[in-house]
Design a protein around this ligand. Structure first.
Ligand code: HEM
Length: 177
């Protein structure tokens, strides 16, 4: 069974880890009442994690455009090939949409992002009281869409691993032989 390249695997698992961390931190930090130093620190960490996801997603998209994914086994039903392509496409869109909505929300709220506390990132829009609530809602709902897509993606992967046992899951794992 052909596998993804090492670069594709590294980007896949690194981005997956960072998305889970950014998502969890997003929920925790917005739950903290008031404006405490801890809350502000978590907001910064969340933004840095999210900007890292955005940068890695750009590298990953470029890599994917320049390299073909390994072909599916011929016995895989056509509907599964089509739905996996559609879901992967949606995941790519959300890997950009989620961090970009957060980034522009932060700018619309008048808080430019300083990556890791040292690198000021481009201020592409100024404070905007009209856009601010729209972008906040967009960030929330894009995250819920991402959660739904990731759940489907994981469920499909586990079905291939535990029920179909067709080797599709291990295409994204380093070879043990
Ligand atoms: C993969 C990347 C990201 C994920 C998975 C993510 C996830 C989340 C989640 C789950 C929340 C909580 C939503 C809620 O309960 O209201 C949140 C809130 C927030 N995110 Fe992100 N986020 C990402 C990237 C970013 C980026 C790049 C920025 C800014 C540079 C950002 C800025 C914010 C802000 C400011 C909030 C607080 C919203 C509020 O005021 O309630 N996020 N994020």
């Amino acid at each position: 069974m052909p596998r993804y390249t090492k670069t594709a695997m590294l980007l896949h698992w690194l981005i997956a880890l960072l998305i889970v961390a950014a998502f969890a931190l997003g929920l925790v930090m917005t739950d903290i009442p008031g404006l405490t130093p801890t809350k502000l620190k978590y907001f910064s960490w969340h933004k840095w994690l999210g900007c890292t996801v955005l940068a890695l997603a750009a590298i990953r998209l470029l890599w994917r455009l320049l390299h073909r994914a390994p072909p599916y086994p011929p016995q895989l039903p056509q509907w599964q090939k089509s739905s996996s392509h559609a879901l992967h496409g949606l995941l790519y869109l959300l890997m950009f949409g989620v961090p970009l909505s957060g980034y522009f929300y932060s700018l619309a709220a008048g808080i430019p992002v300083v990556y890791l506390g040292v690198l000021p990132l481009p201020v592409l829009i100024g404070p905007d009281p009209v856009l601010k609530p729209l972008l906040k809602t967009a960030h929330y709902w894009l995250n819920m869409a991402l959660l739904a897509c990731v759940c489907l993606h994981v469920a499909a992967a586990l079905k291939h691993l535990l029920i179909d046992r067709d080797g599709i899951f291990s295409r994204m794992l380093p070879s043990t032989d």
